[in-house]
Design a binder for this molecule. Structure first.
Ligand code: 6R9
Length: 648
């Protein structure tokens, strides 16, 4: 199948590749033979105040240590702005489209420099020092990009928080990160819903109570709605910031100084903040985005990801700007106020490179081809996806209908922890296989391990691991290095374990088979089932619960919860109440699709809940359950099936 659907290199004559197949081959060989030299050469993609003379130093063994370009010095905002000012100060760096407002803001590199400097001055005035954390919780507006770069300019560590988090979720992250300042908005509109950013932040700050480290809050007024402002703590962003000087001498940082941290979900416990280092991350952002999305003058790259995800950091902000490209953001929804809204924007702003999620592609596909046909889309020359598996039929639809058969489709596999593309094609320089995330970028050494941790050669299936460090690798988990070592380096000693399973075919192309741990992926959002179960464990009316992911036609996966209600409590929990409780605690994105209140759960003799069975039942696969002999009570499987069927 993989060979039949191979799309050869020469299929997209309209796409000018950044390198030839032979050049790519040579690059791979060079990276393999001389990794140190290769990565020092790649470091030249960015601007250094002091050039590094060392590549990787460290080890995946024992108390894992990862350092890149350790003797180099730089400032990430200089890489993204100042170094472009002479050659392309008047080129548009950022197109910022706001739904319901005519036109879009076209922010040149010179304007971006001014705005970032003003905010850097304002943050310094408010006492933010280098190394301190600044939390950013904003919709997709230009201030989000400016805020990240201003933190980088003063050497502060940004922590971008997703607007969909609940007050509780935000409070937890503010306290864990020790953020000293917050940048948020008054509110945002998503379709016909209002997202009360400031209200949620106020609630979160209240919840932090005695443990609150936040001293100031900058509020971008995104609508006319009045929001309560606490004098001495809260400042109107523009009233305050716009008065500062449009120049700020960047704080030069050592390469290993943290640039940002980002919370993500794991299989156990609370969300963890993954820490990324300035030098390695910047090289990696420039390299990976340069390899997959090689922007030429005039290219407009629209990555639809929210800035609060790693894709938003690398593919919206740092990658395109480090490479001197034009990046676009929009706070619009793909199908509001009407289906095909994103297609309007592609035509309106002459987008040449579209990078979105498989969920968004499936949603566009569900709206029907006629919506697409009503648009020109003639500026598009490259399409990309990341975040979750894309099936070959959806890939083909994206290629044939959105791309009109003219644009290569780059399916890229990566993670918050890898910070940039690991598996992905160099478009035009190698054949594509619909449904495969292609091959590792040059310099990356991937491995598949069997259940005993033995590395498999040639075509094989197993746990996806990375054998050698890469510049953008996460350095640690904030305040929990032990968890970092255990989560990523204990599974296959000496290797970084990704948490995903994959198959490698005869041509060396990788096919991701999905997570091997209890992490699910709802519309590209990573969610630990343990997080959901931890929330439900706080409700005294519930005895126990189990959360699983099931296939969903648009979202990829959906969350299903099985819960056991305690007997003899006065107010019985309801399924709707349980849904609300999860959404209130974690955020709207985590709202379960379905909740089943059941009398018990299938367990092994050692007491472990058998999630494999729950996943099958929840997805309606009730024909073949396999071996049930290890269960304490086999009847319960049928009982739960009956509950599920009754509901449908
Ligand atoms: C960039 C991002 C990471 C997890 C990852 C994997 C899944 C990402 C994928 C993919 C299949 C792809 N994933 N890209 N699965 N094909 N092209 O998504 O980061 O939010 O940390 O999620 O997403 O399971 O382990 P993050």
């Amino acid at each position: 199948m993989s060979t039949l659907s191979l799309i050869p290199t020469h299929s997209h004559p309209h796409y000018t590749a950044s390198m030839s197949p032979a050049e790519l081959q040579a690059m791979r060989a060079h990276a393999q033979q001389n990794p140190e030299g290769f990565w020092l050469e790649q470091a030249r993609r960015i601007h250094w105040h002091r050039k590094p003379t060392q590549g990787f130093r460290g080890s995946f063994e024992g108390d894992v240590s990862i350092k890149w370009y350790d003797d180099g010095h730089l400032n990430a905002s200089v890489c993204c702005i100042d170094r472009h000012l002479t050659a392309r100060g008047d080129q548009v760096a950022l197109i910022s489209h706001r739904e319901g407002r005519p036109g879009a803001e076209q922010i040149t590199y010179a304007m971006l420099h001014e705005r970032v400097c003003r905010l850097a001055n304002a943050l310094t005035d408010l006492g933010v020092e280098k190394g301190e954390r600044v939390a950013i919780s904003l919709p997709m507006i230009s201030e989000a990009v400016v805020a990240m770069l201003a933190c980088a300019r003063i050497g502060a560590v940004h922590v971008v928080l997703f607007g969909g988090f609940s007050a509780e979720g935000i409070a937890e992250r503010l306290m864990d990160s020790g953020a000293v300042l917050v940048i948020t908005a008054s509110e945002a509109r998503r379709g016909n819903k209002t997202i009360p950013f400031k209200q949620t932040m106020d609630d979160a700050l209240l919840k932090c109570g005695q443990n609150c480290t936040v001293k100031s809050v900058l509020v971008v007024r995104t609508s006319d709605a009045a929001v309560p402002m606490l004098p001495g703590r809260d400042y109107d962003y523009h009233d305050f910031v716009d008065g500062f000087e449009p120049d700020f001498v960047p704080v030069v940082m050592p390469a290993e100084a943290p640039l940002f941290m980002l919370y993500t979900s794991g299989s156990t416990g609370k969300p963890k903040a993954v820490v990324h280092a300035t030098g390695g991350y910047m090289v990696w952002a420039a390299y990976t985005m340069g390899m997959v999305y090689a922007q030429k003058p005039g290219d407009v790259l629209w990555c639809t990801a929210d800035v609060a995800w790693i894709t938003g950091h690398t593919s919206v902000v740092y990658g395109p700007l480090a490479n001197g490209g034009t990046t676009m953001i929009s706070d619009s929804l793909p199908n509001a106020p009407h289906a095909g809204r994103w297609l309007d924007l592609i035509d309106d702003y002459k987008v040449t490179m579209l990078f979105t999620s498989p969920t968004a592609v499936r949603a566009m596909m569900a709206d029907g081809d006629a919506v697409v046909q009503a648009h020109s889309l003639e500026t598009l020359r490259l399409l990309g996806v990341a975040g979750e598996p894309i099936s070959s039929d959806v890939w083909m639809w994206y290629h044939d209908v959105i791309g009109r058969g003219k644009c290569p489709v780059a399916d890229t596999w990566w993670q918050t922890e890898t910070a940039g593309v690991v598996l992905g094609p160099v478009p035009g320089a190698q054949p594509l296989k619909p449904g495969s995330a292609s091959t590792p970028l040059p310099g990356l050494d991937l491995a598949l391990a069997d259940p005993q941790g033995r590395i498999q050669e040639n075509s094989a299936e197993g746990s996806l691991c990375i054998a050698r460090s890469w510049p953008g690798q996460a350095r640690t988990i904030w305040r929990d290095h032990e968890r970092f070592c255990k989560t990523y380096f204990s599974m296959v000693p000496g290797f970084y374990f990704t948490g995903d399973g994959a198959r490698r075919d005869d041509d060396g192309y990788y096919w991701i088979t999905g997570r091997m741990d209890d992490v699910i992926n709802v519309a590209g959002h990573r969610l630990g089932t343990a997080e959901v179960e931890d929330v439900l464990a706080t409700d005294h009316r519930l005895l126990e619960s189990a959360a699983v992911g099931v296939p969903h036609p648009v979202k990829g996966q959906a969350l299903v919860v099985f819960a056991i209600a305690r007997k003899n409590v006065t107010a019985q929990p309801t399924e709707a109440g349980i849904k609300r409780m999860v959404a209130d605690a974690l955020g709207r994105y985590a709202m379960p699709e379905t909740v089943y209140l059941v009398p018990d759960l299938p367990r092994t003799r050692s007491g472990k809940i058998v999630r494999r069975l729950l996943r099958k039942i929840a997805s309606g696969e009730i024909e073949n359950f396999g071996d049930l002999s290890t269960l304490t009570d086999q009847e319960i499987v049928q009982t739960i099936c009956n509950f599920v069927q009754e509901k449908h």
